[in-house]
Design a protein around this ligand. Structure first.
Ligand code: HEC
Ligand code: HEC
Ligand code: HEC
Ligand code: HEC
Ligand code: HEC
Length: 348
C-alpha cells in the first residue's frame, strides 16, 4: 500500500490475530482436533460443525475454484494451520477437512485465547477483549487483491495491491452500524454457527423489498435494513439477481444484477469497474417495464448468487446450491401503490 491514506487504513485493518492470508496460522502447540474440544464443549462443537468455517476447505464452491487456482495463499485462510498445509501438499486429509477449526481461532503461543475466563475453566486462558472484535474477524474477512510473484516455477503471494478483494471489515467500520460488532449479529444465541449468506433465515433479515408504480413502470426498492456491511459483501463472485416476468409470458423476463464488477480475469491485480452492492442503511432502486396489458401479473424473484455461474454447465456442476432465494412475490398492477404516495407514507 502507498500514500498516507492507505497507510492509515493499514493500521486500522491489520489484525494481531491472523496474518491476513500471507502465511499459515501457528498455534504454538500440537493440534487438538475439534472433536476432542467437543467432548466438553458439545454445543460449540455442534454449531461449528454446520458452520461455513468448518466447511471452508471441503465445500464444493471453494474446491472447484481452488482446483482452477491451487495457490498456497488460499490455504492460508481456508485451512490455515501449518499441519493442514502439510496434509494438503501430501494430497489432503482429515485435519485439512476441519477447515477453520477450534484451535485456529482459540490457541496462540500454546495458550487458550478468549474474551472471558470462567471460574470452572481448566484452561490457562489469555483474556483479551479484542478477541472476536471486528479487527479479529478482519484477519480473514478484510484483504486486498493478491500480487502473485513467480518463484521457483510457482505463483507465490507475499504482498497485496491497494484494491480490496474482500472489504467487509472496512464497510462495517465506515458504515452506520459500527456500534454493533460482528458478533452482535453473527454470534450471540447463534453461537459458533456464524450464519451468513448460506443460511436462508439469517439472509432474509438483510434486505427489505418494496414495490410500487412509477409513471407506468414498476419500481422495486431494496433497502439494506439488517446487515452491518454491504449486501452482498465478502467474496468477489457474490451478486444479487432481481428478476421479474409476466406470469403468462416467462420469456419476457427482465433482470437487474447488483454487486461488484472487476476488470481482469486472472488471479492477481484486478480493478473495480463498478459497485452496485447495497451499503448498510441505504436503498437501491431498480425499474422495470410493465407489459402492455395491465391485467397481467408479474412474478418477482430476488436471489443471492454465491459463485460465477448461477447455472453451472456440464463438467462444472456443483454438489451444493449455487444461489439462495431471498424474496419472491406476485405483483398485480391494480394492487400496487403509487411510489410518491408510498414515499410520503413512509415519511410520516
Ligand atoms: C472463527 C473463530 C472461531 C472458531 C473456529 C471457534 N471459535 Fe470458539 N469462540 C470464538 C469467539 C469470537 C468467541 C467469543 C464469543 C462471544 O463473545 O460471544 C468464542 C467463544 C468460545 C467459548 C466460550 C463460550 C462461548 O460459547 O462463548 C468456547 C467454550 C469456545 N469458543 C469453544 C470453541 C470450540 C470447541 C470450537 C471448535 C468446535 C470453537 N470454539 C471454534 C471464535 C471461534
Ligand atoms: C476436559 C474438558 C475440556 C476440554 C477437552 C476442553 N475444554 Fe474448554 N473449557 C472447559 C470448561 C469446563 C470451561 C469453563 C466454561 C464452560 O463450562 O464452558 C472451558 C472454557 C473454555 C473457553 C472459554 C474461556 C475460559 O477459559 O473460560 C474456551 C474458549 C474453550 N474452553 C475452548 C476450548 C477449546 C478450543 C478446546 C479444544 C482445544 C477445549 N476448550 C477443550 C472444559 C474443557
Ligand atoms: C481464519 C480465517 C477466518 C476468521 C478468523 C474468521 N473467518 Fe469467517 N470465514 C472465513 C472463510 C474462509 C469463510 C468462507 C467459508 C466458505 O464458505 O468457503 C468464512 C465465512 C464466514 C461467514 C459466511 C457464512 C455464510 O453463511 O455464508 C460469516 C458470517 C463469517 N465467516 C463471520 C465471521 C466472524 C463474525 C468472524 C469473527 C468472529 C470470522 N468470520 C472469523 C474465514 C475466517
Ligand atoms: C447489523 C448486523 C450485522 C453486523 C454488525 C455484521 N453483519 Fe455480516 N451479515 C449480516 C446479514 C444480515 C448478512 C446476510 C446478507 C448477506 O449475506 O449479504 C450478513 C452476511 C455476512 C457474510 C456473508 C456474505 C455473503 O456474501 O454471503 C459475511 C462473511 C459477514 N456477514 C461477515 C461479517 C463481519 C466480518 C462483520 C464484522 C466486521 C459483520 N459481518 C457484521 C448482518 C451483520
Ligand atoms: C485472506 C483470506 C482469504 C484468502 C487468501 C482466500 N480466501 Fe476465499 N474466502 C475468504 C473469506 C473470509 C470468505 C467468506 C466471504 C463470503 O462468505 O462471502 C471466502 C469465501 C470464498 C469463496 C466462497 C465460498 C462460498 O461458500 O460460497 C470461495 C469460492 C473462495 N473463498 C475461494 C478462494 C480461493 C480459490 C482462494 C485462493 C485463490 C481464496 N479463496 C483465498 C478468505 C480468503
Amino acid at each position: 500500500m502507498n500514500g498516507p491514506l492507505s497507510f492509515a487504513f493499514a493500521i486500522l485493518l491489520t489484525s494481531d490475530w491472523f496474518p491476513n492470508g500471507l502465511t499459515t496460522v501457528d498455534t504454538g502447540m500440537t493440534v487438538t482436533r475439534a472433536a476432542t474440544c467437543g467432548i466438553c464443549h458439545a454445543q460449540q462443537y455442534e454449531q461449528w460443525s454446520v458452520s461455513r468455517h468448518a466447511l471452508s476447505w471441503t465445500n464444493a464452491i471453494f474446491q472447484r475454484e481452488y482446483k482452477d487456482k491451487p495457490l498456497d495463499w488460499c490455504v492460508h485462510c481456508h485451512a490455515p494451520l501449518p499441519e493442514q498445509h502439510q496434509e494438503i501438499q501430501a494430497g489432503g486429509g482429515t485435519l485439512a477437512n476441519e477447515g477453520i477449526t477450534c484451535v485456529t481461532c482459540h490457541i496462540r503461543d500454546g495458550r487458550m485465547q478468549s474474551n472471558a475466563h470462567a471460574q470452572t475453566s481448566p484452561h490457562d486462558t489469555v483474556v483479551d477483549p479484542s478477541f472476536g472484535s471486528p479487527r479479529f474477524c478482519g484477519g480473514c474477512h478484510q484483504f486486498n487483491f493478491p500480487a502473485p510473484e513467480r518463484i521457483a516455477g510457482s505463483n507465490v503471494v507475499r504482498r497485496y495491491t491497494s484494491e480490496p478483494m474482500q472489504d467487509t471489515q472496512h464497510q462495517h467500520a465506515t458504515g452506520p452500524r459500527t456500534s454493533q460488532g460482528c458478533l452482535s449479529c453473527h454470534g450471540g444465541d447463534l453461537g459458533h454457527r456464524f450464519p451468513g449468506g448460506h443460511n436462508a433465515k439469517f439472509l432474509s433479515r438483510a434486505l427489505s423489498v418494496a414495490a410500487c408504480r412509477d409513471h407506468g413502470r414498476l419500481q422495486i426498492g431494496l433497502a439494506n435494513v439488517g446487515a452491518g456491511h454491504n449486501v452482498p459483501t465478502g467474496d468477489v463472485h457474490r451478486h444479487l439477481v432481481l428478476r421479474v416476468w409476466p406470469v403468462d409470458a416467462p420469456e419476457k423476463l427482465q433482470e437487474v444484477i447488483m454487486g461488484r464488477r472487476f476488470a481482469g480475469d486472472e488471479v492477481g491485480a484486478k480493478h473495480l469497474l463498478s459497485d452496485t452492492s447495497i451499503p448498510a442503511g441505504k436503498t437501491r432502486i431498480a425499474r422495470f417495464d410493465w407489459p402492455q396489458r395491465a391485467s397481467t401479473s408479474l412474478r418477482m424473484e430476488l436471489r443471492l448468487v454465491y459463485t460465477i455461474d448461477e447455472f453451472p454447465f456440464r463438467g462444472r456442476e456443483l454438489a451444493e446450491p449455487t444461489s439462495m432465494l431471498m424474496a419472491e412475490d406476485e405483483l398485480s398492477w391494480s394492487k400496487l401503490q403509487d411510489c410518491k404516495r408510498a414515499r410520503s407514507q413512509e415519511n410520516k
